[in-house]
Design a protein around this ligand. Structure first.
Ligand SMILES: [Zn+2]
Length: 469
């Protein structure tokens, strides 16, 4: 029998469903004087007694004596009656915490699993849906039933702790050894995924991608097919922290898949890409409806599907497209075969307001045979390492600044020369208010990447370059 200390409160996190809606559920447990009783608040009534029975049986079998007190388990938010025996493992761990016998955990840990009477953790249905949802809410560690592991090992950016049973968990508590840990970022996959060190040439596109990721600026890459736009976008993933998501929904996806709806329990791709990259390849092939719906979230960090259901969506959009239907407009390699009508139709697919929201636009040209041969144009590992550090530092500085200052306010001062250049450019190019403002922000990211304390004329000049008419 284990001894326990008198901790009177514990909190553990899980995910549950109410109808079709998912929510993070806090399992809050208190033990107080009064008649010994075991109360669960916030669970759909018919499952309460069954769950209570299973939890007490399993813990007793594991040699745990529940406190001889009034134990109240509050599943917050309590007003939503949850179905879902998936909470049972979280409740069991919560009780162990209350008794002072649980393992130390990261506060971004979620426990999922239904208990069998013999103490094993039963496989849960829709596990990936629950985990992807929790990931959008900032949770990264998941203690899950062993049987769900294979299915969940496909999810990027999470740490999984698969367990067979409560007894299994208790063994780790007793020996004070950490839980088994699997990070599904699969070494083999990482080796084969594109990198700035292996994608040939395209120095300007690589620079644009670095600025995009560092400053969370949206980037549009335009160029003939087969020049590595997709590989470049995938390579940008290496500039993100390892846990940041990279989502690449297909052009044929529905608006529900891309944005999410108030009725759907599944978050949209925009939310799944929160604090990471959303990559839309062949942008004009997305439905008109989806392209219009993208505009607002591109400038927001919270997606308001309804007032009651805001979802985070602070993503960096990387998009790629061909310059025309046939793909070879302005190409020096091949002649464009599009008719004027086709050119018109194609250019209308990405309208002004959408294009304007891409602070960075870059042409990704075909490489010459010499360029394809020349490996000196690739990044060295050392250059890539330095770039990763610069991007991480810049991103942290901007995040810190955002916490305290209004979004319109710059973090770095504009030098006189930079102001003059911007004024001149504006009177010549008639920048939209949005583009004018974004240009300053891009220049600021460039200055931070270069480790400067103010925005110089060079930074403005470079920012102005990333624009395609
Ligand atoms: Zn064409």
């Amino acid at each position: 029998m284990l001894l326990y200390t008198k901790t009177m409160f514990s909190r553990t996190h899980s995910v549950s469903t109410t109808g079709q809606t998912l929510h993070i559920t806090d399992v809050e447990i208190t033990a107080s004087g009064g008649l010994p009783k075991f109360v669960i608040i916030g669970l759909a009534s018919k499952t309460v007694s069954e769950s209570r029975e299973r939890i007490t049986t399993v813990l007793t079998q594991a040699g745990i004596r529940l406190p001889h007190k009034r134990v109240v388990i509050n599943l917050a938010p309590a007003e939503l009656k949850k179905s879902g025996s998936t909470l049972e493992f979280a409740i069991a761990v919560g009780l162990l915490k209350l008794l002072g016998v649980a393992l130390e955990e990261n506060n971004k840990t979620i426990y999922l699993g239904e208990l069998s009477l013999d103490g094993s953790l039963k496989k849960i249905a829709n596990a990936s849906k629950l985990i992807l949802f929790a990931q959008t809410q900032g949770y990264t560690n998941f203690v899950i039933p062993q049987e769900n592991y294979v299915e969940l090992s496909q999810i990027q950016g999470v740490t999984l702790h698969p367990l067979e049973s409560v007894a299994n968990y208790m063994q780790h508590c007793r020996s004070q050894t950490p839980l088994p840990t699997f990070t599904p970022s699969d070494q083999k996959n990482q080796k084969n995924s594109p990198s700035f060190t292996t994608v040939k040439g395209q120095a300007i596109a690589k620079r644009a991608l670095s600025i995009a990721v560092a400053g969370k600026h949206h980037l549009l890459m335009i160029g003939p097919p087969g020049n590595g736009k997709t590989m470049l976008a995938q390579a940008a993933k290496e500039l993100l922290p390892p846990t940041a998501p990279f989502r690449a929904p297909h052009q044929s996806c529905s608006q529900t898949t891309l944005i999410g709806t108030e009725r759907s329990s599944q978050p949209g791709e925009l939310s799944l890409a929160h604090s990471g990259i959303l990559f839309l390849d062949e942008l004009p092939e997305f439905s008109k409806k989806n392209l219009v719906a993208l505009r607002q979230p591109m400038e927001a960090t919270i997606l308001s599907l309804t007032a009651s259901k805001p979802a985070p969506c602070d993503f960096t959009l990387l998009a790629a497209m061909n310059p025309c239907q046939c793909g070879f407009k302005n190409s020096t390699k091949k002649t464009c075969t599009c008719t004027r009508h086709q050119l018109n139709l194609y250019s209308k697919k990405i309208d002004g307001p959408l294009k304007d929201r891409f602070s960075l636009q870059v042409y990704v040209p075909a490489l010459s045979p010499e360029e394809l041969q020349n490996t000196h144009q690739n990044f060295s590992e050392a250059t890539l390492d330095q770039l990763k550090k610069d991007v991480a530092r810049t991103s942290a500085q901007l995040t810190q600044h955002k916490k305290t200052a209004p979004t319109s306010q710059l973090f770095l001062p504009l030098s006189d020369a930079a102001s003059k250049l911007l004024y001149k450019a504006n009177s010549k190019l008639y920048l939209s208010a949005r583009r004018y403002h974004n240009c300053k922000k891009v220049a600021q990211t460039i200055a931070l990447l270069d480790g400067k304390k103010s925005i110089l004329a060079d930074h403005i000049a470079e920012a102005l370059q990333f624009r395609i008419q």
